[in-house]
Design a protein. Structure first.
Length: 464
């Protein structure tokens, strides 16, 4: 039985893709193996920043050094955006874009001679100047002599959502189910629509069925994810919505806790907040990308809201769910960002009840409008602004933990055990360390104690 190893990078959606690929590999007779012993290594890439690209290339080189006999297949967003770059790396046998991830198990399970006449193009052919995507649009691809085979396609024609829940940490603890893929927006800095395609949704009955299967296998919390999760259901006939889906899942499955991944501000309606607030089986946790607190920069980014619109949505969460976790993404150093723009972001973050921030230094992505904009911010200024935002984020996290100290709540044990204590996750996204070694995926009722950089908790009782 051939062995495979999966090296994964990126967001929850990318992780969900990896899980779906693994499910299909298992169905074709592959077994998990260590990177040094695997016959097949799949590297699932991210391309949201230049550093993400660099980490993927480093991982491929490291795998090839450690296991030069392994067949390396590279997929994911970087593979969709720039397959030629990856095909040039030593050890890479295939580069498969996002449009063809569902074929990976079949590609790698067949003898090489069986795939040679398929819809592949070799790196030699690409050296003529055409991209893999443009050749695919023009002709049926055929294999020429070359070290790597590339398979990409037109993502605008993609209608399916690759399904394979991520079962994090073993014991079916907090699996993530991707229910939406792609994005119809065109933010100036974002390459994701180019590598993910249009927004598309998993049918509600399929979502309900997948969650029921996960619960039957032992899952107690399920995380719903997507590239643009709030747009869920708009492409379906009949049209649906994320709020309607949440009600259906709660009504039709015994899942004990649902958690949502990132939601765009314009999708965070008062109705959706009320639905979450009125049901204790939905985690009080919101991740709402901000990107900038400057209206001028938000307009340049092609974001569909302004600072006060965003602030009002966060304030609504605070009014309805005062203990909710609220996180955000912020970009430091977008082209043209002045010190005044940066101060506007700092002031807005200080004002709002965030519990954490993800801070990104601006990185120009090929093919995006922002990559062509003038007035780049100097790298030293970007680093300083990012540093200031991260320091502020640490203050917000500490303040949120302090507010939660003394609160009695329910937490789900994770598989992380160290120094005689077990980590557990609360509904509002706090990881607390509980004395004793507990099996993963168990509910405990705990009292939180914010006494140090590590949030501690004392056991009140095992939760039912």
């Amino acid at each position: 039985m051939p062995g495979y190893y999966m090296e994964n990078f990126g967001c929850r959606a990318t992780q969900a893709d990896a899980s779906a690929i693994e499910r299909r590999l298992a169905e074709r007779g592959f077994r998990p193996a260590d990177a040094g012993d695997a016959d097949l290594v799949v590297v699932n890439t991210c391309t949201v920043t230049a550093s993400a690209d660099s980490r993927a290339r480093q991982a491929i080189r490291a795998v090839h050094r450690r296991n030069p006999g392994a067949r390396i297949l590279v997929t994911g967003c970087y593979a969709q955006r720039a397959p030629e770059e990856l095909a040039e790396l030593d050890g890479v046998r295939w580069v498969v874009g996002n449009a063809h991830q569902h074929e990976i198990a079949e590609i790698t399970a067949e003898p090489e001679s069986a795939t040679a006449g398929g819809a592949f193009v070799s790196i030699d052919r690409l050296r003529g100047g055409q991209s893999a995507a443009s050749i695919a649009d023009d002709v049926a691809l055929s294999l020429a002599d070359g070290p790597a085979k590339i398979l990409t396609g037109n993502l605008l024609e993609q209608r399916a959502v690759l399904v394979g829940p991520i079962e994090q940490g073993g014991a079916h603890t907090r699996p993530t189910l991707k229910i939406q893929d792609g994005c119809n927006h065109r933010c100036a800095y974002c390459v994701i629509p180019h590598v993910r395609g249009r927004s598309r949704s998993l049918a509600p009955e399929r979502v309900v069925g997948e969650i029921a299967r996960l619960v039957a296998a032992g899952a107690r919390e399920v995380v719903l994810s997507g590239i643009n999760l709030g747009s869920y259901g708009r492409d379906l006939a009949p049209r649906s919505s994320l709020g309607d889906l949440l009600e259906r899942v709660v009504d039709e499955t015994p899942v004990e806790r649902l958690r949502l991944s990132s939601l765009e501000p314009m999708h965070l309606t008062a109705d959706l907040i009320d639905r979450i607030a009125s049901n204790d089986r939905i985690a009080p946790h919101f991740h709402i990308p901000l990107q900038s607190g400057s209206d001028r920069i938000l307009a340049a980014m092609h974001r569909w809201y302004r600072a006060e619109h965003y602030a009002r949505r966060i304030e609504l969460i605070g009014e309805r769910l005062p203990d909710a976790a609220v996180g955000a993404d912020v970009i430091a150093g977008f082209p043209g960002e002045t010190e005044a723009d940066h101060r506007a972001t700092i002031d807005l973050v200080k004002r709002l009840p965030f519990s954490y921030l993800h801070v990104f230094s601006f990185s120009p992505r090929p093919g995006t409008e922002a990559a062509r904009l003038g007035e780049p911010v100097k790298p030293g200024q970007i680093r300083e602004r990012a540093r200031e935002l991260r320091a502020l984020a640490a203050e917000k996290t500490a303040a949120f933990r302090a507010r939660q100290s003394g609160r009695v709540t329910r937490a789900l044990t994770l598989q992380t055990i160290r120094d005689g204590a077990t980590d557990a996750l609360t509904g509002n996204y706090l990881t607390a360390r509980i004395p004793g070694e507990w099996r993963a995926n168990q509910w405990l009722t705990v009292r939180l104690r914010s006494r140090s950089a590590i949030l501690e908790a004392e056991l009140v009782a095992p939760a039912p």
